[in-house]
Design a protein around this ligand. Structure first.
Ligand code: ADP
Length: 173
């Protein structure tokens, strides 16, 4: 199947998404934070924090996997995106690696479906338009060469990202 056919756009709260894995926009401690990270920890329950304490953190561009505990999703992939510092600190490459690391874990665990939030575009300040280009390009390129994950869902939460992803993915209505 063509890569584009394996990509979907959803608007809403990623903690409600019933995918094999949801991706968390985590910080390097992997011990929770604000935004989508806080929402995922609240919805998964305290077992998630307990589990993540044993994960040893992750550097920007890396990802680690945990069970989903009380979430509908079976797994959470904790990906650490870059903090935007103006664009000359390898932020684009680090964001690409955060998506790639997550996709590699999805392949390793043979996950059918993986849902991504818009990593780094909240508190981390990454420009949304550029972040969407990187996310979509990295995912399409991966899907063109790999069988897993079978489907990728981009979950947008705010108006601006919804608009950007609709345009770039050619979703109408
Ligand atoms: P970062 O620190 O990587 O910027 P944030 O959590 O601050 O992470 O923001 C990343 C993106 O997640 C933002 O686009 C924000 O709108 C979105 N977001 C926040 N809460 C949720 C949620 N419950 N489900 C899906 N996306 C969310």
């Amino acid at each position: 199947m063509k890569p584009e056919k394996r990509i979907e756009l959803l608007r809403g709260d990623i903690t409600r998404v019933d995918a094999d894995a949801i991706v968390n926009a985590a910080n390097p401690s992997l011990l929770g934070g604000g935004g989508v990270d806080g929402a995922i920890h609240r919805a998964a329950g305290p077992e998630l924090l307990e589990y993540c304490r044993g994960c040893g953190g992750a550097r920007p561009g890396e990802a680690k996997i945990s069970p989903g505990f009380r979430l509908p999703a079976r797994y959470v992939i904790h990906a650490v995106g870059p903090v935007w510092q103006g664009g000359n600190r390898d932020e684009a490459e680090t964001l690409r690696r955060a998506y790639l690391s997550s996709l590699q874990l999805a392949e390793k665990y043979q996950l059918e479906s993986v849902a991504f939030p818009n990593i780094s575009t909240g508190v981390y300040g990454f420009p949304k338009e550029l972040a969407a280009d990187i996310a979509i390009h990295t995912v399409k390129e991966w899907l063109a060469g790999h069988a897993y994950p079978k489907r990728v869902l981009f979950v947008v939460f705010d108006d601006e990202n919804e608009e950007i992803y609709r345009k770039k993915l050619g979703v109408t209505g």
